[in-house]
Structure formats: structure tokens, C-alpha cells
Ligand binder design. Structure first.
Ligand code: SF4
Ligand code: ZN
Length: 312
């Protein structure tokens, strides 16, 4: 098997693109896919300051690497959840990447430690507020990530969601006709109001397998194991189903997700309408000032409840 581009020996085959690539052409292919995503979805420009949510996994570290290689100003933001060995290992991966690649390229790694800032690890906090760990984690990560982006004047925050994540999410939303979620699902979510940062997903054109290959070929070490709290049986099932379809019919995932984006693009110029709708509903949280649809935002409610539950 030879590389479709340069005809030397190929190291990876990409059936959905009817192509095979050597290490160097594959790296170029990944960079191109990210560059196309950034351009076609108007994510950001070379002068914008970007903050990347890094978890230590393959997707977020690959994203940080590609953005730096493409010449963007991208810093990292890591939330240490305090989940024993998992958090220690994932933090080690993030620190290693920062030391070896990001800092030498002029980037900065910000770290938020839940045990220090919120007073307890994520599992304990969830128990205190009687909520599932992942929903507590989601509230804290969303809040702290947005706060860091806004307070430190980043223009945009980027996450490592890939094609498999987005196709599985779309399948779930379609199967349950979650119209509200369908309306908001996409690679670019504009900064709807002051206090809410713009959010983008520059890896939506790349699959999980391609991102793992990118890390291995470019010697980026990442944490392979999932967070032990991951309950996403449903998402994993959707991913399995889509992988079966992909094996039988290469390109299914991209036709499904990119087709959804294309159809929606034709149907609306409604990011404007969405922004207006959001603006009408949002106002500053009476405790912390971040935008919310309620009197007090869900993060402040969660922290108030956690404090009430702490003895003494
Ligand atoms: Fe947070 Fe749950 Fe994801 Fe773990 S699996 S990082 S607890 S949302
Ligand atoms: Zn608040």
C-alpha cells in the first residue's frame, strides 16, 4: 500500500477518503482538515486568542498540537477533577505535552483544581449535592472554562470533540427528537451575550481513529483510559452502531454529520435568530454575574447547596 500523495510506503489507510498516507502526508491531511473546519465555520483568525480545553486524552492534545503547528495563539486549560489515579495520570500527560511542545511554542497552561477551588473532589461534591457525578462535573467544567475564557480575554474556547462524538450525539438527538439540542448542535456556537465565550470544535472533520493515529505518529503521549465515572453507555452504543455502518459503508459518519450541517446551513441564517433568542433569555447571575436564564446560575446553586451540606 503506497501513499496516495507521494507514493512512498503508506502507514494508514482511510477508506472514507479512498486514500492511504505516509506519516508526513497524513500529518498534512490532519492539519488540512482542521484548517478547513476553522475556515468553513468561521471559527477564529490568526490574531484571535484561543483557549483549548485539555483533558490529557488524544483529541484535546492533538487539537492543541495542530493549532500551534498551524500558527494560532492557543493556550490550554485543564480542570483537575480530583479523581484519584485517573486525574493524576491525565494531568501528567497534559503537563508533559505543555513542557515539551506548548510552552516552547509560546503557549501557557492554566490549571483549575476542583479540590482547591470548590473545596472537595468531584465525587464528594456530587454526593453533597445529591446529583450524578457527571452532571456535577459538567456544571463545574462549563462554568470554570467559560469564566477563564471571559476573565482572561480569550476570543474563543475550543474543545476536542471529533467526528465520532458529534455523529453519535446527532444520532442520539435525532432518535429522541431533541429539537432544542438539534438547534444548538454544531461546530461553532457564537458568543451569544456578554459573558458567554464563543465555543468551537475544530476536530469535527476527523475521526477518533485518525486522531489516535495522529498522536501515535507524532509521538504525543495521551491517557488511553476513560474517566472511571464515564457512564456514557448510550453514547458508546451509538458509536458502535455508527462504526458498524462505517465498516460496511465507509463515509457514513461524515455524510450523516456533515450532511446535517449542510442542510441546516441552507435552511437558515438563524445563528442571528438564536443569538437574539438567547439574549432575550439571559441576564447576569445575582451571585457571580455570569449569564444565566435563572435568578442564580446553576454553578452558584450547586456551590451554595454543597456549602449547606458541609457539617459545621
Ligand atoms: Fe466528568 Fe463524568 Fe466526563 Fe468523568 S466521565 S470527566 S466525571 S463528565
Ligand atoms: Zn452564578
Amino acid at each position: 500500500m503506497n501513499c496516495t500523495k507521494c507514493k512512498t510506503k503508506a502507514v494508514i489507510k482511510l477508506p472514507r477518503h479512498h486514500a492511504a498516507f505516509c506519516k508526513s502526508c497524513f500529518t498534512g491531511f490532519v492539519h488540512d482538515q482542521v484548517a478547513r473546519a476553522i475556515k468553513s465555520e468561521a471559527m477564529f483568525g490568526k490574531d484571535d486568542r484561543i483557549v483549548v480545553a485539555v483533558s490529557g486524552g488524544k483529541d484535546s492534545l492533538a487539537l492543541w498540537d495542530v493549532l500551534l503547528k498551524l500558527g494560532y495563539k492557543a493556550d490550554g486549560f485543564y480542570v483537575n477533577l480530583g479523581i484519584g489515579g485517573y486525574s493524576e495520570r491525565s494531568y501528567r500527560m497534559v503537563q508533559r505535552f505543555a513542557e515539551m511542545v506548548a510552552v516552547p511554542a509560546g503557549a501557557v497552561l492554566h490549571t483549575h483544581t476542583v479540590e482547591q477551588e470548590e473545596g472537595a473532589g468531584i465525587k464528594e461534591l456530587a454526593q453533597l449535592v445529591h446529583r450524578p457525578t457527571c452532571s456535577t462535573c459538567g456544571t463545574i467544567k462549563r462554568y470554570q472554562f467559560n469564566r477563564a475564557a471571559v476573565e482572561q480575554d480569550y476570543d474563543v474556547m475550543a474543545t476536542g470533540h471529533n467526528l465520532d462524538d458529534e455523529a453519535a450525539r446527532l444520532l442520539g438527538n435525532v432518535l429522541h427528537w431533541q429539537e432544542g439540542y438539534l438547534e444548538k448542535q454544531g461546530p461553532t456556537l457564537p458568543a451569544s451575550v456578554d459573558g458567554f465565550a464563543k465555543k468551537v470544535k475544530p476536530l469535527y472533520r476527523l475521526s477518533e481513529r485518525e486522531l489516535a493515529a495522529y498522536c501515535v505518529l507524532n509521538k504525543i503521549e495521551y491517557i488511553v483510559d476513560e474517566c472511571p465515572m464515564a457512564q456514557g453507555a448510550r453514547t458508546l452504543l451509538y458509536k458502535e452502531v455508527l462504526n458498524r455502518l462505517e465498516t460496511e459503508s465507509p463515509g457514513t459518519k461524515q455524510y450523516f454529520y456533515w450532511g446535517f450541517l449542510e442542510t441546516r446551513r441552507k435552511q437558515r441564517s438563524s445563528s442571528v435568530a438564536m443569538t437574539e433568542k438567547d439574549q432575550a433569555m439571559l441576564h447576569p447571575c445575582s451571585t457571580c454575574g455570569q449569564p444565566t436564564t435563572a435568578e442564580i446560575c446553576s454553578y452558584c446553586k450547586l456551590m451554595a447547596r454543597a456549602k449547606r451540606e458541609v457539617p459545621g
